[in-house]
Write a protein that binds this ligand. Sequence first.
Ligand code: KG4
Ligand code: ZN
Length: 342
Amino acid sequence: MNVLGIESSCDETAASVVTDGRKIRSSVIWSQVAVHAPFGGVVPEIASRNHLQSIVPVVQEALSQAGVTLADIDGLSVTIGPGLIGSLLVGVQFAKALALATGRPLVGVNHLEGHVMAAFLVEDREPPVYPFVALAVSGGHTSLYLLTAPGRIRLLGRTRDDAAGEAFDKAAAVLGLPYPGGVSIDRVSAGRDPGTVRFPRSMISDGSDMSFSGLKTALRRHLELLGHVPGPDEVADIAAAFQEAVVDVLVSKTAAAARDHGVRDVVIAGGVAANRRLRSRMADAMARDRRILHAVPISLCTDNAAMIAGLGHLYLFGELREADVPRGLDMDPFVRRVDDGW
Ligand code: KG4
Ligand code: ZN
């Protein structure tokens, strides 16, 4: 079964063909990063206009790279949220039109569930075993979930203010590092001593909720008190210390949730899960606790449509197909099989 996935929730226009929910035949991502870089963040109106321009070539390229035509597509899957409304609309309307034209079923899926379920798109190793704890950490969200079965997801905790990726992006901006900030902080922090500055670890032993806005303020305050403009070396040390504070919180919250729920498997997903320090510190922590870490491959951490196609397969043709999920064109009855927060 071939599922065509379409993703347009933020600033990436993406399309992908996934076979049988596991095999990625193509994954095309048209990033608008360069378009938004001069503004230091995503401008929603510009994002939706760019999606409009790129959606047709991106979908055509995904079909062509997979070596298929629309006639070979058995079902369609599209992100219906959360995301920027103008951006989402482009993907959803395009997917509806394709479903109408091809007569294939369409499912609307949750972007965050997509990020987490990307952990199942690895062919060369065993997928996660239920129940598992998942940390979904991106520019818009930082949440811990317990997944007990396909489609059964419980929110354990989430950030009460900024997402971790947002904190990275804002920290990079005040440090004068290029957009997108998370990538810059990861890059300049490599090989640095993260201990030269001690930033706060807010709410670290306080349940599964998180907070990153105080950390951002602490960074700004640190820079004010420095009394000079830091050079590249000092910026790199400060960035490494900031990254360490974020990573400490994410690792300790995830480890505590895994312990509390007695799971063997843990998934980390989303754009920030591409962070090398987070991946290595999480791997150490999980090895110490004898748990199995499924870090989503870096190429599938940031927004992509393969995760949307893979999840769509589950709803259209996989274990969830008998469940009460929408078929055809009406998105309204999409069953959010999840507690509040989705
Ligand atoms: O999942 P994603 O592509 O989009 C959202 O759904 O938000 O995540 C984007 C976020 C941005 O904040 C970006 O700075 C961050 O992920 N990010 C990183 C890294 N790569 C991307 N943060 C830290 N280290 C990275 N290597
Ligand atoms: Zn995302």
